[in-house]
Design a protein around this ligand. Structure first.
Ligand code: 5GP
Ligand code: MN
Length: 361
């Protein structure tokens, strides 16, 4: 072996040791046993699946399929069209479309993965089937306060995405040689989307070391960005333009911004799932805005989406006022009531939030 190769291997071993340091070795041993013993696997992720939910689910799907398991991904509902760029996305079983088939897959599984969610209510109606199943359950997730219904919980809220956590877990399991271009593309997708293309939660050097490995595995990160993030439709562009020009309110003294869209407005612009994906981030471009709230009227409730800059905890706001939760800078929830009532609730939240704002230097 050439000296260069020896050095390269040493560097790789060091990298793998460094990156897996935070993962509990006993849990990895248990996971290794569980994977070796399973035959039929159902992989589940949260409602309104985002790039991290779909990316981690499909990465696990391809890996376990390559290991010879019978694997299905089950999502509670439809995901954004852009995600169909990922290999395997068309094989995902969507519960809201095929409830009986999806339920059967969960019932027949001997192992259920719970990826990118911390609480059973985040999988909506799929939750009951998971709870009723006798299968082993493994959670791999990065949200705060994980529930303990799975037999094995690998929870790391300090990670920016479930996908990077999954990479670390695969590393610890010794599966790095199995991470081919397909699996790497799925992992990269979640790392990219949960950090706004590495524009928040993205200051750890190891993120870029992982990206280097994924590029080595053959991903085309520029193409992934273009297809997953930067691809739109005319109606989507117009809807977002309308929302910003007509429906955005800035509350300067509260350092807050609000965007609201009703069912009628969404219908007028032929709204499809995912069309308002990054709308809530736009008001954060304003110097005076510390946090941004987007209210979208669904059929039976108002979906609340929040984002913030710096140390402002939008998850606290969502927990207290919108029956939700999430991360410090990205959180969400649901409000049962009319849009007017929800706006009134937002105003109450805004008054409360004044106490959470960082003091001006
Ligand atoms: P988004 O605004 O993209 O829908 O959600 C951002 C983040 O907020 C998600 O990654 C998730 O952590 C959290 N989140 C969104 N909706 C809910 C919800 O209804 N309940 C809880 N607990 N968290 C949510
Ligand atoms: Mn995530």
């Amino acid at each position: 072996m050439s000296r260069f190769r020896v050095c390269l291997n040493l560097a790789r071993n060091n990298f793998e040791r460094m990156i897996t340091k935070s993962i509990d070795n006993n849990k990895i041993k248990e996971l290794s046993r569980i994977i070796a013993g399973c035959k039929r696997v159902a992989i589940t992720c949260h409602i309104a699946p985002d790039g991290d939910a779909i990316g981690s689910s499909l990465a696990m799907y391809h890996l376990l399929t390559d290991l010879g398991k019978e694997v299905h991904v089950v999502t509670p509902d439809m995901f954004a069209q852009n995600m169909y760029y990922l290999p395997g996305a068309k094989d995902i079983v969507i519960y809201s479309r095929y409830p009986e088939f999806a339920a059967q897959l969960i019932e027949e599984a001997d192992l259920i993965f719970c990826l990118d969610y911390n609480a059973i209510k985040r999988v909506d109606k799929v939750g009951q089937h998971i709870m009723d199943s006798a299968a082993l359950k493994v959670m791999i997730d990065h949200h705060l306060n994980p529930e303990n219904f799975p037999s094995l919980v690998i929870s790391h809220p300090e990670e920016s995405s479930t996908c990077i956590l999954l990479f670390k877990v695969l590393c610890a399991l010794g599966f790095v040689p199995l991470i081919n271009r397909t699996i790497a593309s799925c992992i990269y997708t979640g790392m990219m989307t949960d950090t706004g293309n590495f524009s928040y939660n993205s200051n750890k050097p190891e993120i870029y070391e992982v990206i280097a490995r994924l590029v080595e595995a053959g991903i085309n990160k520029d193409e992934l960005y273009r297809h997953i993030v930067n691809t739109s439709t005319i109606s989507r562009l117009r809807l977002n333009g309308y929302a910003v020009s007509q429906k955005m309110e800035v509350f300067k003294s509260h350092h807050a911004a609000l965007i609201t869209l009703t069912r009628d407005e969404l219908n007028e612009y032929d709204y499809k799932k995912g069309d308002t994906e990054s709308l809530v981030n736009i008001p954060l471009q304003l110097e005076d805005v510390t946090y941004s709230v987007f209210l979208r009227e669904e059929e039976h409730y108002i979906k609340v989406s929040t984002r913030s800059k710096g140390t402002f905890p939008v998850n606290k706001l969502c927990e207290k006022f919108f029956n939700g939760g999430g991360h410090l800078n990205a959180a969400g929830g649901e409000f049962e009531g009319t849009m007017e009532e929800c706006i009134a609730q937002f105003k109450e939240a805004m008054n409360y939030a004044d106490k959470l704002l960082p003091l001006k230097k």
